[in-house]
Design a protein. Structure first.
Length: 163
């Protein structure tokens, strides 16, 4: 991830390496081949031939990077960021529509780290690690993610001492 490389296993069993930037935070396949990626300061698209095109950077702060992402049932790619120093509320969750439009979906995130949908696609579950909870959103094709609320709270684990 922090090497900025995308690794691909070929049908012949070899691994191909493609440098996509300083960070390759998340990758999901595209319908027509290739992939959509969360890279250090935004998104990139890999075509079926392996050509990588970086979209416009979403921020200029070199202390923040993308961290984790997933696609909704209708093809939007969501990827959340985090500050390298893990500063509270220094990041956000972004949505990339298939037409290239980007929106900030959630602001004030610390470590965006986990997003997935219910089997019927009507709910999305989201984790900002430092909040010690999993939140749930309603999901709708037109509205995207709405009505964020806590789903489960996870008690912080006590620090482990090593000898």
């Amino acid at each position: 991830m922090l090497a900025g490389d995308l690794l691909t296993l070929t049908a012949g069993g070899t691994v191909e390496r493609c440098k996509v930037g300083q960070v390759a935070a998340a990758v999901r396949p595209r319908h027509g081949g290739g992939a959509v990626l969360g890279v250090e300061r935004g998104f990139a698209l890999e075509d079926a031939d392996g050509t990588v095109t970086h979209l416009e950077e979403l921020w200029t702060d070199h202390g923040v990077r993308m961290n984790d992402g997933a696609c909704d049932p209708d093809g939007r790619f969501y990827c959340g960021s985090m500050a390298y120093d893990k500063r509270p509320e220094g990041a956000a969750l972004y949505g990339l529509d298939p037409d290239g439009t980007v929106e900030v979906v959630v602001e004030g995130v610390t470590i965006s780290n986990g997003l997935d949908w219910s089997p019927d696609g009507s709910l999305a579950y989201y984790n900002d690690t430092e909040t010690y909870r999993v939140d749930v959103f309603d999901y709708d094709r037109d509205a995207g993610l709405t009505a964020r609320r806590p789903f489960v709270r996870i008690p912080p684990r006590p620090a482990v001492r090593t000898a």
